[in-house]
Design a binder for this molecule. Structure first.
Ligand SMILES: [Zn+2]
Length: 181
């Protein structure tokens, strides 16, 4: 198992569309295990493969309450089959957009389909936080970030802050390796 680096916005590879998983093999299991470890290490509740620079349709999630045991879920080729006309608004964050939290409006109920690590297909209905998480993670597989659902002004403000932080981090790193005069 390994903790993988998470791509941060704005990164061009976060906007790439991921391809479906065709092989249910040991490499897929390993990817899912590493994604779960990465998600737990970052205190996240969901992570999509493109966030760790693997452009395959794989998502991991764990929505257990703090007083409950961990409940890892591995979703291969997940898709929304049906979405309710009724919407709900919830505050969202993302491991690829550190420190950014905004209210996003999405369908309140979705019927979803996915495959497990053995390639077996499952269908179910989700509401509440689960419905939000499914839609947020499936968006990643299509190269969409939650800020893309916000108005342009809000989106640009968040992205510009991240660009500035990236630039600062780079400068600090450069400074650290520069030999003392
Ligand atoms: Zn995300």
């Amino acid at each position: 198992m390994a903790i993988l680096p998470v791509l941060k916005a704005p990164h061009p590879r976060l906007t790439k569309v991921s391809r479906p998983v065709a092989q249910f093999d040991r490499a897929l299991e390993e990817l899912a295990e590493n994604m779960l470890e990465t998600m737990y290490a970052a205190n996240g509740i969901g992570l999509a493969a493109p966030q760790v620079d693997v452009h395959l349709r794989v998502v991991v999630m764990d929505l257990h309450q703090e007083d409950e045991p961990p409940a890892p879920q591995i979703l291969v080729n997940p898709e929304v089959l049906q979405a309710s006309a009724e919407t709900a608004t919830m505050s969202e964050g993302c491991l690829s957009l550190p420190e950014a939290y905004e209210e996003v409006e999405r369908p309140a109920r979705v019927t979803v389909r996915y495959q497990d690590l053995d390639g077996v297909t499952h269908t179910r209905e989700c509401t509440g936080l689960e419905a939000v998480c499914w839609q947020h993670e499936i968006d990643h597989l299509d190269g969409v970030l939650f800020v893309d659902h916000l108005n342009r002004l809000k989106r640009d403000r968040i992205i510009q802050r991240l660009v500035k932080e990236k630039r600062l981090a780079r400068r600090t790193r450069d400074g650290a390796v520069r030999p003392a005069a």
